[in-house]
Design a protein around this ligand. Structure first.
Ligand code: PBG
Length: 322
């Protein structure tokens, strides 16, 4: 005798739909957008087939597509020409830099699209590190002032949510006070709380030519072996005033997403990073699986683990299937 037969609830697509526990919606997603100087150019990213770097004049069309599909947010990442990179990352605090120009423009044309601004020095620094470097060391406290300045000029340009991805200690509190001091108490902070020192950022660093010139990021990004440490980062970021907590990468850190979801009361953001996207494209290219099916499965797993918001390069490919 078998009273329990789980297969009963799987026998037709109707019953499968009725008992489905997790649903993806277009409004779960934020689309990361690489931007570059120039006009009328969209440059393919070699290591990310299907992903491009856009000049600012092309952004309104892209934003139209996002809004049309029901996607609520875009995260802007600038390619900074080598000539504008230096050890102090001065371009990061130039109020007329690429990300500020993009934000001003998009806030005018698409006021309802939520804009996320990356706050970290790596694309602007000749060292390619997220903080200031002195004698091969990444300086923490000296970097905070630069990050806060970045957050301030981005907020002033129309960025709705600043997203510190640098992993310096104390930066969320420092940025919060700097924003509040100038009256920007509504600017949201999405903290990259549990950002691991990951191989999966490779294609992103290609796209922005932002790889570290020397050393690695292990003195500030987290050790992939650590789980409890993410709780410590989450506690600090919450206490310092973060509005959202991010886990990054996503697919290989589902336990961390689940932990933070259960142990904090803040929305959880998961970043399906460049290498995760490129792996799925490459796998499909080799005939291992269907790209769209594999992308959907990866995204639903990230949401099932507890993500409220997902950053993904693949969203435009599958949004029509949601
Ligand atoms: C910048 C930053 C990185 C990513 C987002 N913000 C790269 C890094 O820390 O080296 C990676 C995103 C991706 O791989 O898609 N600090």
């Amino acid at each position: 005798m078998m009273f329990e037969r789980p297969r009963r609830n799987r026998q037709s697509s109707a019953v499968r739909d009725l008992v489905q526990e997790t649903q993806l919606r277009a409004s779960d997603f934020v689309y990361p957008v690489f931007i570059q100087e120039g006009t009328s150019t969209q440059t393919p990213i070699t290591s990310m087939p299907g992903v491009f770097r856009y000049t600012l004049d092309l952004l309104p069309d892209l934003a139209d597509t996002l809004i049309e599909k029901g996607i609520k947010g875009a995260a802007l990442f600038p390619l900074v020409p080598d000539a504008k990179k230096n050890a102090l990352a001065l371009e990061a605090v130039n109020a007329d830099n690429l990300i500020c120009q993009a934000a001003k423009q998009l806030k005018t044309t698409h006021p309802n699209l939520m804009l996320f601004g990356d706050v970290a020095l790596d694309p602007y620094s000749s060292d390619g590190h997220d903080g200031l470097v002195e004698n091969c060391k990444i300086l923490n406290d000296e970097t905070l002032e630069v990050l806060a300045q970045m957050a301030v000029i981005q907020a002033e340009s129309g960025i709705d949510c600043v997203a510190p991805s640098d992993m310096m200690d104390g930066r969320v509190g420092y940025i919060r006070s700097s924003l509040d001091d100038i009256g920007f108490s509504d600017t949201i902070i999405c903290s990259y709380t549990a950002k691991y020192a990951s191989s999966f950022y490779g294609p992103f660093r290609d796209a922005l030519e932002s790889a570290p010139k020397a050393g690695d990021k292990k003195t500030y990004q987290m050790n992939p072996a650590n789980r409890r440490e993410a709780m410590r980062e989450a506690r600090l970021d919450s206490e310092e005033g973060a509005d959202m907590l991010m886990v990054k990468p996503a697919g290989t850190y589902l336990d961390i997403i689940s932990d933070l979801k259960q142990q904090t009361d803040l929305p959880i953001v998961a970043y399906q990073v460049s290498g995760e996207y490129s792996m799925l494209i490459a796998g499909a290219d080799k005939g291992c699986f269907n790209y769209e099916d594999a992308m959907l499965e990866s995204l639903i797993a990230i949401k099932r683990a507890g993500a409220d918001i997902i950053f993904s390069y693949g969203i435009l490919d599958i949004v029509d299937r949601l």
